[in-house]
Ligand binder design. Structure first.
Ligand SMILES: *Cc1c(COP(=O)(O)O)cnc(C)c1O
Length: 396
């Protein structure tokens, strides 16, 4: 198989007869015409082998689905209007009243909120587990568990979990209750993006992504994906997706398709820059810990080294507990190139302070403030200088 950077550019898209160009076409439709009544009666919206209605796909969205599924090493892809809607789609596709979902304590926050408020209102319970302890996952599994979320690494704190070991605990539970609805595993693969590792080779059933991050890369599109290898899991996701009426706009799909060819290069550039800055940050006064899977003392470093070939643009710095939050806020406000804002993997570097006490339900080993950095595509030299000038604000 060719390298990812090549596969991102050479792909099976078929342009219209007589018109070959670099970019795939952009097709827009609500209405799609049928050639005759017989076709109108027999084309089935549940079967994506043909076009029936804009909501169920166009040549543009089918092309993007093929691209994302292939990049991630999966077979099928369903597109949704945001990363968060990909999380909620998976929850709704696999959970019914009386079921339970397990979520890592360090998972993406809004997915936890969805479980705590919306799923709870439908009689679906949730429990948190420590993603760094597969035995804790095994302990939290109950006869009601139907879905287990995974995320690598954890949001904000970037601990890299042992996905094969976590999946193995779920598979053991499934063997012990043969004949019942099996527990499905789903990985939030936004960080890996199909670049850093192959989620399916690590054993997960479903890989969900915020295409908002790396595949878009422009900080100007919101989109999500749900990728599967298994036909029946795909069908379950697809039917819930269609019943919910979710669709993505052609111009948004176009923006993601346009930025995919540079994804491997962007990932690599931001990886290199983030490692360099994370290492530098670790040596600065007032910084007690830097979290980044490639740093040897970051949680899960050995697992990351075993299972991944790259790391995304994120690192977090934990400050000395003697530094008040107001000084940490002043540091963030002093940064000129790192802008304050959510999301990541775009061209501009970002940072945001987090209050870990309000995020975690389980023990967090640090009491100092935390700032997460997302490295963009600026010069590392300039970004380091920006951090250096702003660190002065910590001491003032
Ligand atoms: C950003 C993000 C999401 C949500 O994506 P949106 O498109 O912003 O809704 C989900 N999971 C992770 C890990 C993310 O970073």
């Amino acid at each position: 198989m060719k390298d990812l950077s090549t596969r991102l550019i050479h792909h099976p898209y078929k342009p219209p007869e007589g018109f070959e160009a670099v970019a795939p076409g952009v097709h827009k439709a609500s209405t799609v015409f049928f050639p005759n009544v017989q076709a109108l009666r027999t084309y089935d919206w549940k079967d994506k082998s043909g076009y029936t209605y804009g909501l169920h796909g166009t040549p543009t969205t089918f092309t993007l689905e093929e691209r994302i599924a292939t990049i991630e090493g999966g077979k099928h892809c369903v597109l949704v209007p945001s990363g968060l809607s990909a999380v909620t789609l998976v929850d709704m596709a696999f959970l019914r009243s009386g079921d339970e979902v397990l979520i890592p304590d360090n998972a993406y926050g809004p997915g936890k909120s969805f479980a705590a408020v919306e799923l709870a209102a439908w009689g679906i319970t949730h429990r948190y587990f420590d993603a760094m302890d597969p035995d804790d996952l095994a302990r939290q599994l109950s006869p009601a568990t139907r879905l287990v979320w995974l995320e690598a690494p954890g949001s904000i704190t970037l601990e890299f979990p042992d996905i094969p070991a976590l999946v193995a605990r779920v598979q053991q539970a499934n063997q012990a209750r043969a004949g019942q609805r099996p527990i499905v595993t789903v990985l939030d693969n936004t960080w890996g993006a199909g670049v850093a590792f192959n989620a399916f080779d690590l054993g997960v059933d479903i890989s969900m992504q915020a295409l908002t991050k790396y595949p878009s890369g422009g900080a100007d599109v919101l989109m999500g994906s749900v990728v599967t290898r298994d036909e029946s899991l795909h069908r379950q996701v697809l039917l819930t997706h269609m019943r919910l009426g979710l669709a993505v706009a052609a111009n948004d799909a176009e923006l993601v398709l346009r930025n995919l060819p540079t994804m491997a290069l962007r990932y690599e550039a931001q990886d290199t820059a983030a490692r360099e800055l994370a290492q530098w940050m670790q040596a600065q006064p007032g910084v007690v810990k830097v979290l980044h899977p490639a740093l040897p003392d970051s949680p899960g470093h050995a697992t990351w080294k075993r299972d991944a070939t790259a790391a995304a643009c994120l690192f977090s710095a934990v400050f000395d507990p003697s530094i008040p939050q107001s000084r940490i806020d002043a540091f963030c406000d002093s940064l000129k190139l790192f802008r304050l804002g959510w999301s990541w993997a775009g061209p501009i570097s970002l940072c945001a302070p987090y209050d870990m006490a309000s995020i975690r339900t389980r023990a967090w080993p640090h009491t100092g403030g935390l700032v997460r950095f997302a490295v963009g595509l600026e010069s590392v030299h300039d970004l380091r200088a920006d951090l250096a000038q702003a660190l002065g604000a910590l001491q003032a």
